[in-house]
Design a protein around this ligand. Structure first.
Ligand code: GAP
Length: 439
């Protein structure tokens, strides 16, 4: 049996097991900002590397990039973010609570006090502004990036000439983005500081539609490859009225969260908007030369963009399962082995057997797997902890192991236990952790 987790279940698991903590909790907490603990970092690293692997294809060049988090005003003027990156904001005149106007039904009245006394809806720019250096004027104004993409666009010529690549090619970046969300909510779903995994695919205008379809398919298959339930994933194409200022067509990969179907990833045909704007505002030519046609053109861009934290949250929702074992219930995170933070646990049945088990653990550790040696508490308690953090396999060394040189391996999902030779552990883990075909 399994029940659907609530957001509270996920938040509580994350804190209890050290995946994610509210940032600055000691001082009352910072709304929309989170810190990642040991298991959270391991799992996020797995997501980052799965995402990078998923972009690879023998016939596609994808270069890596890591841009600065802060950019001068000129970049955001050109990108359109100063003029267009707004959310509609409204205040309740009675209880003084503030809302994103498109998040609530203003006709129904304030979700807190019920009164229908609103201020006018104002446009609120979501970028964090600062000044570089001691002088505060127009020339020192800078912004934390609200998307990672722009640093790729402003480096387009540097990237192209230094790597001698030809259109089409892609540039992938994983990095922080910042948005001063009016109402951060749903834990890692809508944050003020978050991480994006974005890939900008530069191509000609006449191939962009074909590549848009290609990347939509490719991105969908990524989610099933990392074990997300295909019934809970869908592709939804944007209405014209929903499109961002830079996009000519967008499709969202949506997931069915407990709070409804919501965007997990956006795939957008950005046309040549970004490079044209930067060319115009900087006065630098960002066109490329087409040798065959003997013309110059500004390339189009197809972008895939997913939040690493939102994906992290999605994997937790998808994996969180309550199984009933006879009279007992157990909580188990059925994460795909490639995403699980710990791949296998090595458990001596009793402390007396620590030494031989530690010896085996040390030997397996040399293979580079993220594994844990765990001798604290009863074996039942240790199994429960590893179920809750999604460890796919638990190896237990018992008194029989001393004589038969075999060990028990317990499968997290099926709970089946089998006895295998200690010499077979490396191959066993290697086989079970083989990366999914689509990665
Ligand atoms: N460069 C395009 C872009 O930034 P977006 O739809 O605004 O497009 C892309 O964001 C992805 O970034 C979203 O699909 C989501 O996964 C993630 N994201 C956006 N805002 C977020 C926030 N406030 N908190 C967490 N993740 C967010």
């Amino acid at each position: 049996m399994s029940t659907k987790p609530t957001l509270e279940d996920i938040v509580s698991l994350c804190k209890r097991r050290g995946f994610v903590f509210q940032s600055s909790e000691l001082y009352g907490g910072l709304n929309g900002v989170y810190d990642f603990g040991h298991l959270g970092v391991l799992m996020k690293n797995n997501l980052r590397s799965a995402w990078l692997k998923s972009l690879q294809a023998p016939d596609k060049t994808i270069l890596l990039f890591e841009g600065a988090l802060v950019g001068p005003q000129a970049v955001w003027q050109a990108s359109g973010h100063i003029d267009n990156f707004h959310d509609p904001m409204v205040d309740c005149l009675n209880c003084k609570k503030r809302f994103r106007a498109d998040d609530i039904d203003m006709e129904k009245g304030c979700p807190y006090c019920g009164k229908k006394e609103w201020t006018e809806v104002r446009q609120f720019n979501m970028m964090f502004k600062t000044h570089l250096g001691a002088t505060v004027d127009h020339s020192t104004a800078a912004y934390l990036r609200p998307e990672t993409a722009q640093s790729i666009f402003i480096n387009f010529k540097n990237i192209m000439s230094s790597h001698r690549v030809k259109i089409p090619f892609g540039v992938a970046q994983i990095g922080k983005a910042f948005r001063n969300e009016i109402t951060p909510k749903q834990f890692l779903f809508r944050m003020r500081e978050f991480e994006q995994m974005e890939m900008e695919w530069f191509c000609t205008a006449d191939t962009s539609n074909e590549y848009f379809k290609y990347w939509c398919e490719k991105r969908l298959s990524f989610y099933t490859a990392i074990g997300i339930n295909p019934q809970k994933i869908r592709l939804r194409s944007h209405e014209k009225t929903e499109l961002s200022h830079y996009s000519s067509q967008t499709s969202d990969v949506e997931y069915e969260y407990p709070f409804g179907w919501k965007e997990l990833e956006g795939i957008a045909d950005r046309g040549n908007f970004d490079l044209s704007q930067h060319s115009k505002y900087s006065g630098k030519d960002l066109s490329v030369h087409d040798e065959e046609k003997q013309t110059s053109y500004i390339p189009n861009v197809v972008e895939t963009s997913v939040g690493a934290d939102r994906l992290f949250l999605t994997c937790l929702f998808d994996a969180y399962t309550i199984d009933t074992l006879g009279q007992e219930e157990r909580l188990v995170l059925k994460l795909h082995p490639s995403i699980a933070p710990i791949k296998a646990a090595f458990l001596p049945l009793v402390k007396k057997l620590n030494d031989p088990m530690h010896h085996i653990y040390t030997d397996i550790l040399k293979c580079g797997y993220t594994i844990e040696f765990d001798d604290s508490g009863s074996i039942g308690k240790r199994y429960r902890r590893h179920d809750e953090i999604g460890t796919p396999f638990c190896f237990t060394y018992d008194f029989d192991s001393e004589t038969d040189h075999r060990i028990t391996v317990r499968n997290r999902d099926t709970l089946q236990q089998e006895r295998i030779s200690i010499d077979a552990i490396k191959n066993y883990i290697g086989d079970k952790l083989q990366k999914p075909a689509a990665l």
